[in-house]
Design a protein around this ligand. Structure first.
Ligand code: IMP
Ligand code: MG
Length: 166
């Protein structure tokens, strides 16, 4: 497998993102983590945020998108986030690809009474979506990537780097 982003590069970026997040949320932040993919990224981000003095609380959401032949699929909520009402939410996502997940999730959280919703994503495939990302790790080309939480048929989530699955 070709390595796209090394473990070292990812860890450096996580530290940079934590610093950016701290500017907006100086003492505490409430995250909505999009399972399963964002779990690894979130865990490292939370660790770094705590280290620099930002208290982190979180709730998880699990969504599945049934994409037929069209790119924007219907999104189904398998597990819904809690404690969203009145909250200033930071959504933590692994990758924004077609944008279908976030185009569903952000209005969904607002409907549940979120006061504000911002987005932190490790990866984005630009040109494929129009989702505004407040805190972005890397822009990548339109290739299927795995590792650091991202899977192919549930494999490779445990890799410490991000690689291109051929
Ligand atoms: P969306 O197309 O932006 O809705 O992305 C849906 C989900 O598909 C993301 O949250 C990822 O979990 C997954 N996904 C999208 N692109 C990739 C990829 O290149 N590798 C692994 N998972 C991906
Ligand atoms: Mg995801």
């Amino acid at each position: 497998m070709d390595i796209l982003l090394s473990e070292k590069k990812i860890q450096k970026k996580v530290c940079e993102l934590a610093k950016q997040v701290k500017k907006r949320y100086p003492s505490k932040v409430f995250c909505v983590v999009v399972l399963n993919g964002a779990l690894v990224f979130f865990s490292d981000l939370m660790h770094e945020l705590r280290r620099i003095g930002v208290e982190v609380s979180y709730s998880c959401v699990k969504l599945s998108s049934y994409e037929g032949k069209k790119s924007n699929g219907n999104v189904l909520v398998e597990l819904d986030a809690k404690h969203v009402k009145g909250a200033d939410v930071l959504v933590v996502e692994d990758i924004v690809d077609s944008g279908a997940t976030l185009n569903f999730l952000i209005p969904h959280l607002k409907k549940q009474g979120a006061k504000r919703v911002r987005l932190c994503a490790l990866l984005s495939k630009p040109g494929k979506h129009n989702v505004p990302i407040d805190f972005l790790g890397f822009e990548i080309s339109d290739k299927f990537v795995v590792g650091y939480g991202l899977d192919y048929n549930q494999r490779y989530r445990d890799l410490p780097f991000i690689g291109i699955k051929k």
